[in-house]
Design a protein around this ligand. Sequence first.
Ligand SMILES: Cc1cc2nc3c(=O)[nH]c(=O)nc-3n(C[C@H](O)[C@H](O)[C@H](O)COP(=O)(O)OP(=O)(O)OC[C@H]3O[C@@H](n4cnc5c(N)ncnc54)[C@H](O)[C@@H]3O)c2cc1C
Length: 576
Amino acid sequence: MKKIGYSRNFEDVHKSSFRESVHTGIFKDGSPFMLQYSMFIPTLQGMADEEQKRRWLNRAMNFEIIGTYAQTELGHGTFIRGLETQAIYNEKTEEFILHSPTLTAYKWWPGGLAHTANYCIVMAQLIIKGKNHGMQPFIVQIRDEETHMPLPGIKVGEIGPKLTFSGVNNGFLGFEHVRIPRENMLMKYNQDGTFKSNPNSKLTYGTMVYVRVTIVFGAATQLARAVTIAVRYSAVRRQSRPKPNEPEPQILDYATQQHKLFIGIATSHAYTLLAYWLWDIYTSFKKDLESGNLDRLPELHSLACVLKVVSSKDCTRLVEQCRMSCGGHGFMMSSSLPQIYGLATAACTYEGENTVSLVKALDQATKGKPLSPTMAYLGERSVTTKWENSVDGIVKSFQKVSIGKLRAAVSSLKQYERSGLSPEDAWNKSSVQLISAAEAHGRAVVMSVYKSETDKYASTVSAGLKTVLYQLVELYAIYMVLQKMGDMLLYGNLTEADVTVLQRRYEELLELLRPNAVGLVDAFDFRDEVLSSTLGSYDGFAYERLMEEAMKSPLNAEPVNQSFEKYMKPLMKGKL
Ligand SMILES: Cc1cc2nc3c(=O)[nH]c(=O)nc-3n(C[C@H](O)[C@H](O)[C@H](O)COP(=O)(O)OP(=O)(O)OC[C@H]3O[C@@H](n4cnc5c(N)ncnc54)[C@H](O)[C@@H]3O)c2cc1C
């Protein structure tokens, strides 16, 4: 998809996509260097001053030092203010003393921390003259650069087996009064040498926003991998005999299989385009930030949060659907589908979600204040119009659902407040509705961006390709309406007759897309080494590869396993 006639500068996204592919090809289940390029280097770029960049950034870029990012602790993840690691400033020696006062203060989870990293960005509570200045980033050397031994006072180790990411050596880290020079606090926003609180505390979380933007791209990529494997395998696999005198059909010819898989292709396109679009906003935001303009920070923050949530959630569900669509063979580790599921679902955990700015936006809308471009539709007065079956009509309906849900959620919040509940309790009671409203906003944005970005470059591709890309957009739109039928009936004026028309068109689209399905996944352009799947290789030799991989199992190394003489035989002969 990325090769098709784009004129914008997606260099950074391409670099990160290429890097991820190389790492996937080599490490298969997560790279121990993942945090180096996803968090360590970006944090130095975003939070270090020029002198600090000179000291560490080039060395990190050249892999002379390997870093990670340690924020989460055993006791706290979401609630960042609750983190316990301390950085106490000693004015006499001009040093910070890093300390983990409790077991729950131990850092827990950072990728590559256990054995790979020798440096670490540590988020810690900054304490000066007994006063807490909140969480700040510090660069800390944790291992000797020659011997790789942990430095004095550093307690570092591995956290144990996980669902996936077995290559990442996620670690734990504790400090026993570890001294670091004053210059090791990342200083970009504290340049006058004496610590002052950030002008906008959210700046500290710049790296997290960056990560959320890249998560959308990562989710689309993992889904593209899974659907490539599943579609290719479905073209190889033949099963059942619906017509008695004909051979068994390819399972890809079953409408239910197409229903399971084609939405994966469309969703991957949708989130890839969305990631590029979001990247553009992020890039222009970074330029604004350099010139001290923070106006767009709330918009970017809420967008990055909500789009991270819907992309990781949708792609995880669809990766699992791809896995199940491959029957028993999809359960094999050698298919790579279980690992891809693990990589996708991890993204649902490693960042938070945020509805606050959406509710603020609705408040602004109801008070007639100007809204940021992606939220402008929230200010529209609701108009009762007939349902439109076109993609543009469906985009509008998703916006109506979002408006309706946000209004209902805020109205419920206000009712709870009027009934005497504290704002916190009212918020907690309404939070199920608020989350649902935030998700509806995300879906409205995805739907609208998928359509508008396809419109933008459709004129640059051949007529045949254009037709297929629009078939996918339409398939996506109708699939989502059928999925969210309840919402559409409640807020979007959908009728039973419309549903019948949409269902028929959906079935037609499955049939139209069938001849191009394999071509569409080939166009994702994954090398076999990156797919790393017995089921999904380009040559289609799925059965041969399954057997080849099975034969590598140590349990196939000898005709009689030693457990027979040791345990089985005594059991069977009644001698145990
Ligand atoms: C594969 C993987 C890699 C990771 N890599 C890193 C890393 O490199 N560096 C790092 O620092 N961290 C890393 N993390 C940690 C990750 O950032 C945290 O797991 C995440 O922020 C969630 O925090 P938590 O696990 O403490 O969950 P908690 O904050 O304890 O949340 C548990 C659950 O409680 C509920 N909950 C919590 N707060 C609220 C609330 N305010 N309102 C409603 N419900 C709530 C939610 O259901 C939530 O799922 C990684 C995690 C994973 C899984």
